[in-house]
Design a protein around this ligand. Structure first.
Ligand SMILES: Cc1ncc(COP(=O)(O)O)c(C=O)c1O
Length: 422
């Protein structure tokens, strides 16, 4: 078989998958080790046809896939790999660019800086920020905190008790102490409890993982400015909502950040992985990351991507983001974000109207936190039963010590299934 025929079969597989993904059990219904046990323990001696790979993808691997592309995936933060993004991933792999210097891939270097400028415009971020792409928010935060350590000489990272665990991990990796600040009754960092002694950085979150709460960034920015502390804003999930002006209330104070992360692979319809990292202080990133061994010396005086983060070789991630931005446009992005929020609001109303159920946190974006009144064990059992059924996939968190169910809307194929149609 030729590349064209295999390619057509792979594309056909992808198209059929997207058509039927809504009918598959969302959470993989397999036991640990089951998939591996169905595969040969040793690699093949001789090459096999690509058709066999597709066959085994269907027959062996698919039952072990939890379907993040399902419209009934509501766990963690629901995501969508859109069709333009999927196709662009194929093209990026075809080009296989490794952008460690401008000259090793001028187009991918320049498109990355350009698309980050485009997204900054779409989200209403300040002009002139420097943006680049990392794989995940975890890496973006490590990069930002490394720059903060370099710039301030501080030894402590301060965040709220609701900050994502990637902040704990970044502090640990960088040899920084982590100081967690208590949150208020709406799960926002309490500025009156902020202690900035020896701080290198504060990580403020817009859209926390548990409840999508929004830290008071303007007041945190004041405190950081007074003490010369770096402000890193983690808007990994909620930052994409800023494409709609009505959600920009949650951007207040972000214009004063030293660095900001928004994951395009969370709520900007771009396939995993694509984490957008901006900074108003690119020179501090370069001080933290620029390292030019002899074999990388060139005559061009241009920005290179590895000067802003830990990795040297970088794949062409901006191609998929560019494809999404071009094919959806501002209108298309806004319509999808608004629809996700509308559906979350609809579900929130159902919970509010249903006796015996309660909402557990204010809903700002497309995440609803709720529980059945009463014991945690009963709620745990509900989530386990729903997930085992394969009909939906939900996740949970703990708020104020109670087990809480999370329903996150984010897949672009999700539609309302009205109770009256049941
Ligand atoms: C607020 C927040 N920050 C950071 C992360 C980590 O993202 P990543 O998986 O891209 O490292 C998450 C993941 O859900 C998150 O919700």
């Amino acid at each position: 078989m030729s590349f064209r025929e295999d390619g057509a079969a792979a594309l056909d597989w992808a198209a059929r998958y997207l058509e039927r993904v809504g009918d598959l059990p969302v959470l993989a219904q397999v036991e640990p080790g089951e998939i591996r046990a169905r595969l040969p323990a040793a690699p093949p001696e001789r090459g096999e046809p690509f058709a066999d790979v597709l066959r085994d993808l269907d027959q062996i691997l698919l039952p072990g896939i939890t379907h993040w592309q399902s419209p009934r995936f509501f766990a963690y933060f629901a995501v969508s790999a859109s069709e333009p993004g999927i196709l662009a991933e194929l093209l990026a792999a075809t080009l296989n660019s490794v952008a460690f210097l401008w000259r090793t891939s001028p187009a991918s270097t320049e498109l990355e800086f350009l698309t980050l400028d485009w997204v900054a415009q779409l989200l209403g971020l300040p002009e002139g920020w420097h943006g680049h792409i990392e794989d995940t928010a975890s890496t973006s935060t490590i990069a930002a905190l490394a720059a903060a350590r370099e710039a301030t000489g501080g030894t402590v990272v301060v965040c709220s008790e609701h900050a994502h665990s990637s902040v704990d991990k970044a502090a640990k990796l960088l040899g920084l102490e982590l100081r967690k600040t208590p949150a208020d009754d709406e799960f926002r960092l309490r500025v009156d409890a902020l202690d900035l002694a020896d701080a290198a950085a504060v990580v403020a979150t817009v859209g926390t993982t548990s409840s999508a709460s929004v830290d008071p960034v303007p007041e945190i920015a004041d405190a950081c400015a007074a003490e010369g502390v770096w402000l890193h804003v983690d808007a990994a999930y909620a930052g994409s909502a800023w494409v709609c002006p009505e959600f920009r209330w949650s951007q207040a104070g972000v214009e004063r950040a030293d660095s900001l992360v928004v994951n395009a692979h969370k709520w900007l319809f771009t396939p995993m992985d694509c984490s957008l990292l901006w900074t108003s202080r690119p020179e501090d990133f370069r001080r933290a990351f620029s390292l030019v061994p002899e074999y990388l010396r060139t005559s061009e005086e241009v920005d290179s991507l590895p000067d802003y983060g830990p990795a040297l070789g970088r794949r062409f991630r901006s191609l998929k983001l560019w494809a999404v931005l071009r094919c959806y446009g501002r209108d298309g992005l806004q319509a999808r974000i608004r629809e996700a929020v509308r559906l979350a609001e609809l579900f929130e109303g159902w919970v509010r109207d249903e006796p015996g159920w309660e909402l557990s946190a204010p809903r700002h974006f497309s995440l609803v936190c709720f529980r059945r009144e009463g014991r945690d064990e009963a709620n745990e059992a509900i989530v386990a039963r729903v997930n085992r059924s394969g009909e939906l996939f939900l996740s949970h968190t703990r708020l104020n010590g109670r087990y809480v169910i999370r329903l996150a809307v984010g897949n672009e194929r999700t539609t309302a299934y009205l109770k009256s149609t049941q």
